[in-house]
Design a protein around this ligand. Structure first.
Ligand SMILES: [Zn+2]
Ligand SMILES: [Zn+2]
Length: 392
């Protein structure tokens, strides 16, 4: 263990250099060919030859086979950036109107660091490691795309782990590791409801059917689903983020559209919320002589950590950092994370590597000034490598 810790610490400048390369060359969505090529080059340099490119368009998987028998562990990093114009003023800031504003640049670099340590320890490594470099986390398309391209097979995984850097969970500081048993992040779904009425003159509402009135009623009624129909012990959010209707102040529009997001932590609540949203919008539209067209898009499921794997991950982190630097994340977030798709299929654990400066110098994820404390990257590589050596 001390070997792995020392090795990871010594690797930190290299991990930082890789991170800065990714930071300066951000790519978004599924279109990450340069990131893919850079990852493949680094893996080849390390002597990893079982590499698959183009998994989920520009994702990469690679196998490190240990010389001791054992199970297959997946380690996943997301690799995509955001369509944000960077304003950090960093010497390695991106200039292509895209930005690594969520820390995925660090995730790729940390996983490369993990790979390097594991390759060097092949003789003592049990089983097989499947490295998974996944594009398009931000749009939730990457994990499903890789799953469609066979990432779960050849070989099938027995467990999977991954991490997120940054300041997603308050109360933990840089240099710590945050873990959580059970649910960590929310299921994220979207809806668009088009209310259809009958347009006409603003002075003669009785000759029209007003869809804006339907949308207003629906906006309030939707909130009642959360406050009156949801178990108060099961967190839920319905946010209407957008209303579009009407073109002139004295015209009653023929249609009005509302759209928004639904967040929940358990599958029952998730199903109930979308079902009730549909029924409420439909009922309101009909009671007001119109109709509602409800389109639901089901996004990522809730991210649920396996108890046993999380326990082993916690132990690995304690081995590296000591008890006082490893803490349970006190509550889940209502944010989504498409690692959840992998965790639906394979038991595993997604953990948090706080990496912020503190003292009010931090900006939220997705902000044009978002940045990371690079000094702690080695911890991610050390914890994942040590877990890989010891989990089975
Ligand atoms: Zn993000
Ligand atoms: Zn992220």
């Amino acid at each position: 263990m001390t070997d792995i810790k020392k090795r990871a610490q010594a690797l930190n400048p290299q991990i930082v250099e890789w991170r800065r390369h990714f930071h300066q060359n951000p790519e978004t969505g599924l279109d990450t060919p340069l990131t893919e090529a850079f990852i493949v080059e680094r893996l080849r340099e390390m002597g990893i030859d079982e590499i698959r490119k183009g998994v989920g368009r520009h994702g990469v998987t690679a196998l490190i086979r240990g010389e001791k028998p054992g199970k297959v562990l997946g380690i996943r990093a997301d690799i995509d950036a955001l369509p944000v114009m960077e304003d950090t003023g960093l010497p390695f800031a991106a200039t292509n109107n895209r930005m690594h504003a969520c820390g995925h640049d660090a995730h790729v670099a940390i996983l490369l660091g993990t790979a390097k340590i594991l390759v060097e320890n092949r003789k003592k490594l049990p089983g097989t490691i499947k490295l998974i470099f996944q594009p398009s986390e931000e749009t939730s398309e990457g994990a499903p795309a890789m799953i469609r391209d066979g990432v779960m097979e050849n070989p099938a995984m027995d467990a999977i782990i991954g991490l997120h850097t940054g300041n997603l969970w308050k109360g933990l500081s840089s240099g710590m590791v945050g873990y959580r048993y059970g649910v960590l992040m929310a299921a994220t779904d979207w809806f668009t409801v088009t209310f259809e009425g009958k347009g006409g003159h603003g002075a003669t509402p009785h000759l029209t059917v007003d869809p804006i009135a339907m949308a207003c009623q629906a906006f309030s009624a939707i909130q009642m689903i959360v406050s009156r129909e949801t178990n108060p012990l099961s967190p839920a959010v319905i946010t209407v983020g957008k209303i579009c209707g009407g073109t002139a102040l004295n015209v009653i529009a023929p249609t009005c559209t509302i759209s928004g997001t639904i967040r929940s932590l358990d599958p029952e609540t998730r199903a109930m919320l979308s079902e009730r949203l549909r029924a409420v919008c439909d009922g309101i539209a009909r009671s007001m002589r119109g109709r509602a067209d409800v389109q639901m898009t089901f996004g990522t499921p809730a991210l649920i950590n396996d108890r046993e794997i999380t326990d082993r991950l916690r132990k690995a982190a304690v081995d590296i950092l000591g008890e006082e630097a490893v803490a349970e994340v006190p509550e889940p977030t209502m944010g989504g994370e498409d690692m959840a798709y992998f965790l639906e299929k394979v038991p595993g654990s997604f953990f948090f590597l706080p990496s912020m400066y503190g003292g009010g110098k931090d900006y939220p994820h997705h902000h044009p000034k978002f940045d990371l404390d690079e000094e702690v990257f080695w911890i991610g590589s050390a914890v994942m490598a040590h877990f890989a050596m010891t989990w089975q």
